[in-house]
Design a protein around this ligand. Structure first.
Ligand code: UDP
Length: 320
């Protein structure tokens, strides 16, 4: 049985769906502070909170868990700068509680939701795993600290771990039954589609004077279903490899290009306002995915068009 902590969230719920389609038995544990119960399909479900170790222990006592996939974390960069205590407590202390409960119950395998934010401002691109880690906000710090804790727990307690560092997770389930739903929404693609849909007045482009061909930031958008596959492969390779793996397409797309593709797919105009740069945004973030291929045999399969088509389908017919 796989335990998915935070399986009611965006990437977690898509991973749960993929695992079940591939014959795994799954229990989701989530405190539903930002996740959606409706996003959990065909899995066992338990309410548990990482800051309440007894509630996690109860899940380990009730089910026979082999491996944990851990998504349960706060993820807003801006909020982490304003309220670092909330981030260090929930993300770092919460993960320690989870790890200690795992060890106490003799469960040694964990796949972790890490982030490109561990790198901070890139020194070169595409970013491989040898790139120095130097987060520029508390959110990225929490994820990097957790990666270091894993390495120490491996040495001391024999933990097997794979930390998957996602670049820009995006898109929705191909059957549009689950999708991205954050409150508040801060991510580019859903905001562009909401502007096209008339749910928002416009999309603000944060900076047009970057050193990129069209002056807007370039990011590596990776379909959430490709990420889900990577988590399954990580489970399947957890006894052979422990460490960090970057997940992206290694192809960059600019903010202006995203808007153009979205306009083509929807056949509608996106109302755009040009504004100042957002603090902490590097010009270009792209992942090398060579290690993901070497270690996991993983390759992204979805295009930018697939990402925006599935996100648009979801946007028009959101279930939660
Ligand atoms: N962005 C933007 N307007 C928005 C939200 C995002 O121009 O309303 C830009 C942002 O500056 C970045 C890219 O879109 O270059 C992706 O941002 P997002 O917040 O989706 O993901 P991040 O790269 O911060 O993880």
């Amino acid at each position: 049985m796989i335990l998915v902590m935070g399986g009611a969230g965006y990437i977690g719920s898509h991973t749960v769906k993929h695992l079940i389609q591939n014959g795994y038995e799954v229990v989701v544990a989530d405190n539903l502070c930002s996740g959606h119960k409706q996003a959990v399909q065909n899995a066992h479900f338990e309410i548990a909170d990482l800051l309440n170790p007894q509630s996690i222990d109860a899940v380990f006592k009730k089910y026979k868990i082999d491996t944990v996939i851990h998504f349960a974390a706060f993820l807003s960069v801006g909020e982490s700068v304003e309220n670092p205590a909330k981030y260090y407590r929930n993300n770092v202390v919460g993960t320690l509680n989870l790890l200690d409960t795992m060890i106490a119950n003799n469960v040694k395998n964990i796949v972790f939701s890490s982030t490109a934010a561990v790198f901070g401002n890139p020194q070169y691109t595409p970013i491989d795993e040898a790139h120095p880690t130097s987060p520029i906000n508390p959110y990225g710090q929490t994820k990097l600290m957790i990666e270091k804790i894993f390495a120490d727990y491996r040495r001391a307690y024999g933990l097997n771990y794979i930390a998957l560092r996602y670049f820009n997770a995006s898109g929705c389930s191909s059957d549009a039954t689950i999708g991205e739903s954050h409150n508040p929404e801060t991510h580019l693609i859903p905001l562009v589609l909401k502007a096209i849909n008339g749910e928002r007045e416009n999309i603000k482009i944060f900076g047009t004077d970057y050193d990129t061909p069209d002056g807007t930031c370039i990011r590596d958008y990776i379909h959430v279903e490709d990420l889900a596959t990577a988590h399954r492969l990580a489970i399947e390779h957890i006894n052979e490899y422990s460490g960090e793996i970057n997940l992206g397409t290694s192809k960059g797309t600019s903010v202006k290009e995203i808007i153009e593709i979205a306009e083509n797919i929807t056949g509608k105009k996106c109302p755009v306002v040009f504004t100042e740069r957002r603090a902490g945004d590097p010009a270009i973030l792209c992942a090398s995915n060579q290690k993901a291929y070497k270690v996991l045999g993983w390759k992204p399969t979805k295009s930018m068009k697939d990402i925006i088509e599935t996100a648009w389908k979801w946007e028009q017919n959101k279930k939660f």
